[in-house]
Design a binder for this molecule. Structure first.
Ligand code: LLP
Length: 428
């Protein structure tokens, strides 16, 4: 459940009128609800409490220092994919020993840094990566904790760019070879300590079934590895989907009652606990989107309207550089006026200022007939929103704000043009 709703004719985040934030900080600005994030993290913990479970927040979804600090203070671990993300976690007050490190192309400096910081485990994706970590750990005189990411070849039924668990993908080691790879580690790589097994089949899964299928498929292997190598954890990855279409309504309990098919933290847990509990080992989950996705909206201002022959366009001051999801994954985000409208919906495309036809946030959308100067809220913008932003077209990165009850703080100042170019220089 999230914390965005209309009150007294305006859209609020918790007890803050979004119009006030837009007026004071300008747009575009990402606005996060502290309550949504902390509630959802608690819900994960409680739902998985019959297991020895630990939540490792997938930093890539949203890596703002204040968000990472909030996660750390609530006791989350972190799933990272680069030396940069590890640095961010530490810089935000997070504990490096609670970090699992995934990714298919970890470099030597990144591996050294992670070993120096004593991370919980490397989630490795190939034999060559294992050999490289073994070599570096040997040079450093340490034993590197490793798990291998098994690719269970289960279709997650999600967008093709965010499916990761089939043998068409670059991720992990095929399930048919995973036992040989563990045997190879044990026999040939003395500077590695086999600590666990990892998998992750994709992102934005709205159905429980692929999760259950992957767990079923990998379960016998985990049992074997407990006996053979004494593994202490199994990470079952992230991927729980959120509500994008119906987002505003999903802030109300009635919506959930009417949509029993939608995955919830509870139903995910209920599906998996009976299968995982008998193992007795530590279970890691790596949610990103589910913890922050519905927790934020991006505020943007309508700049112009253009009525073309075929379409009406509402031009806004946010582009694909601010939220790339519609352009990259055909992502759907609801767009609501911050000042509530009644019965004036039109059909329009909501497009940004970038010089690309792919620069839209919504196409053929029924939307309130907002006028230039009005502020819109693009919903479900917390995950893979700001974290995927760029300065394309020399557009400064947006500001970020964290709401807590009736208070709010800027957690990232809007970037300046000077900051965009500060590392550029003329040739000697
Ligand atoms: N663990 C691993 C190993 C991952 O690769 C990912 C996401 C996660 C956990 C977290 O998945 P989540 O719980 O957030 O679904 N930019 C795309 C999503 C890319 C996901 C990449 N990996 C989007 O905007 O839809």
């Amino acid at each position: 459940m999230h914390s965005f709703a209309y009150k007294n004719g305006f859209l609020y985040c918790e007890d803050v009128n979004l119009a006030d934030i837009a007026a004071q900080v300008g747009t575009p600005v990402f606005v996060y609800s502290k309550k949504t994030i902390t509630d959802d993290l608690r819900e994960f913990r409680e739902a998985l409490s019959p297991l020895k479970a630990h939540v490792a927040y997938a930093v890539k979804a949203c890596s703002n220092k204040a968000i990472l600090n909030l996660m750390a203070r609530q006791g989350a671990g972190f799933d990272i994919v680069s030396g940069g993300e590890l640095w961010r976690v530490i810089n935000a007050g997070g504990d490096s020993t609670q970090c699992t490190y995934a990714g298919v192309a970890k470099t030597e400096p990144e591996i050294r840094y992670a070993l120096e910081q004593n991370i919980y485990c490397f989630n490795c994706e190939s034999e060559n990566e294992l050999r490289e970590i073994n070599r570096i750990a040997g040079e450093m005189g340490v034993k590197a904790p490793v798990a291998v990411r098994v690719n269970p070849n289960v279709d997650a039924h999600t967008h093709k760019y965010i499916t990761t668990g089939t043998n068409e993908n670059k991720f992990g080691v095929d399930i048919s070879r995973i036992e040989d790879v563990y045997a190879m580690i044990a026999a040939e790589l003395p500077h590695l300590h086999i600590k666990g097994l990892q998998m992750h089949i994709g992102s934005q899964l709205t159905d429980k079934q692929p999760f259950a299928a992957a767990v079923e498929k990998v379960l016998p292997i985990v049992k074997k590895f407990i006996t053979l190598y004494g593994i202490e954890f199994w990470s079952i990855g992230g991927g729980i989907g959120i509500v994008y279409d119906g987002c505003l309504e999903s802030g109300k309990p009635e919506w959930w009652a009417a949509h029993p098919e939608q995955i919830t933290i509870q139903s995910y847990a209920a599906e998996l606990i009976p299968r995982l509990q008998p193992l007795g080992i530590r279970i890691l989950v790596e949610p990103g989107r589910r913890l922050v996705g519905n927790a934020a909206a991006m505020l943007t201002t309508c700049i112009y309207e253009k009525k073309g022959e075929a379409k009406t366009f509402k031009m806004i001051d946010a582009g694909m550089n601010d939220i790339i999801r519609p352009a990259l994954y055909e992502g759907y985000h609801e767009i609501w006026p911050v000042r509530e409208h009644q019965n004036d919906e039109i059909l329009a495309d909501i497009v940004g200022p970038i010089c690309e036809s792919g620069d839209f946030q919504a196409q053929n959308r029924r939307i309130a007939d907002v006028q230039p100067g009005e502020v819109l809220a693009e919903m479900s913008a917390g995950a893979y929103g700001f974290s995927m932003a760029s300065t394309y077209n020399s557009r400064p990165l947006a500001a970020e704000v964290l709401v807590d009850g009736d208070k709010w703080s800027v957690i990232r100042r809007r970037q300046t043009l000077e900051q965009i170019v500060e590392d550029e220089c003329l040739p000697e």
